[in-house]
Design a protein around this ligand. Structure first.
Ligand SMILES: [Zn+2]
Length: 273
């Protein structure tokens, strides 16, 4: 099928759908200038001090780093919080929220930048499955509590050395706090029972469309959820600039487009049809 034909078929599916599951990943927020860190060159360019010490993103995004390289670990997240705050959720987020008003739907996101919630999506219609950089928990999990902290800056940050200081502390034991994010090699992420409960409730009734956006082969969590539904006859629209991203779901409704661009086109066509 030609891209234009797929766009029209996808718009048709969206107009008919009554229960939609949105599966959003890194490619969705990339259009809001949130770096993905899968591109190693970009990562090293942003953080020369990490290059010198050969600390890769997955090394810093770990409970190990918060115990052994604390100034660098918090610097990495402090930088990301500042970057996310400087950038705005793009038009695609607003369009998803608009579609959620007309029909039942749910957002399952692997992104931790909080852009869906910031764009105003309903709090009971989202699972940030890998957590959020805008929430904190105790590094030593003295309790499984977590709390919101939207302050920017949160730590002091020396960008030349990429070292942070003046760390946030646990509200309960006053020890070091860490992001409420599922990191690499992380058995201590406390999860979000409320959001998880909302997702379970959404799945109690049939889903008639899933829209997969910006998934990366490195973390295919959302691809496998889409595949699960596709094997049960639910159509999947896959929006991704990278054609190899259609490898797992292999759907006919593959749009080789940026997330923002695809949602704007789909919104235009669904409005006309
Ligand atoms: Zn604590």
């Amino acid at each position: 099928m030609e891209q234009l034909e797929i766009l029209h078929k996808a718009s048709d599916l969206i107009n008919k759908a009554t229960r939609v599951l949105f599966l959003t990943s890194a490619g969705m927020s990339a259009d809001s200038n949130i770096p993905t860190f899968r591109d190693k060159n970009g990562y090293w360019r942003n953080f020369p001090p990490f290059k010198k010490k050969n600390l890769e993103a997955q090394d810093l995004a770990s409970p190990w780093a918060f115990r052994n390289e604390l100034p660098h670990a918090w610097a990495f997240y402090e930088w990301r919080r500042r970057n996310a705050q400087e950038n705005q959720p793009h038009e695609g987020y607003r369009i998803i929220n608009k579609w959620l008003q007309d029909r039942d739907g749910f957002i399952h996101t692997t992104n931790t930048d909080g852009l869906h919630l910031r764009s105003g999506c309903p709090e009971d219609r989202i699972l940030e499955v890998h957590g959020s950089m805008w929430r904190l928990q105790c590094l030593d999990t003295c309790t499984y509590q977590f709390w919101e902290d939207l302050s920017v800056p949160l730590c002091d940050l020396d960008t030349a050395s990429m070292k942070a200081s003046n760390y946030p502390v646990c509200r309960n034991c006053r020890g070091i706090a860490r992001p409420h994010i599922l990191m690499f090699g992380d058995g201590e992420y406390s999860g979000h029972p409320e959001q998880e409960g909302s997702f379970k409730r959404f799945l109690q009734e049939p889903v008639d469309l899933t829209i997969l956006v910006g998934s990366s082969g490195a973390v295919p969590t959302n691809d496998y959820i889409a595949l699960h539904f596709m094997e049960r006859g639910v159509p999947v629209i896959n929006i991704n600039l990278d054609p190899s991203s259609n490898r797992i779901v292999n759907t006919d409704y593959f749009l080789a487009m940026k997330g923002k661009e695809a949602f704007m086109e789909l919104d235009r066509i669904t409005g006309v049809d």
